[in-house]
Design a protein around this ligand. Structure first.
Ligand code: ZN
Length: 91
């Protein structure tokens, strides 16, 4: 089963969870609990070294492209949260 990297939004604990592809596409990872604080606040992260082992670069590029596309759409739609996440607060 492939492993995916997550960071807990609550306690910042970095961790990996194994999920089957179907679990992943069903978004079952949204129900995963943090290994440390047991909250369901895991954020999917890309880890360079980790991904190199577990995924081909083509798969990784595809995922990053999708993620960038979604971010781009948010910014184009004027999502100020997304804009602040990326560029920081406007002074
Ligand atoms: Zn946590």
């Amino acid at each position: 089963m492939p492993f995916y990297s997550f960071v807990c939004k609550e306690c910042n604990e970095k961790q990996t969870h194994s999920l089957s592809i179907s679990d992943y596409t069903d978004k079952k990872y949204e129900n995963l609990e943090c290994l440390l604080c047991r909250k369901k606040t895991l954020n999917r992260v890309f880890e360079k070294i980790f991904s190199k082992v577990q995924k081909s670069s083509a798969e990784l590029i595809h995922e990053i492209t999708e993620s960038v596309q979604k971010t781009k759409e948010k910014i184009e739609n004027g999502d100020t949260h997304a804009i602040r996440d990326i560029y920081g607060e406007v002074e």
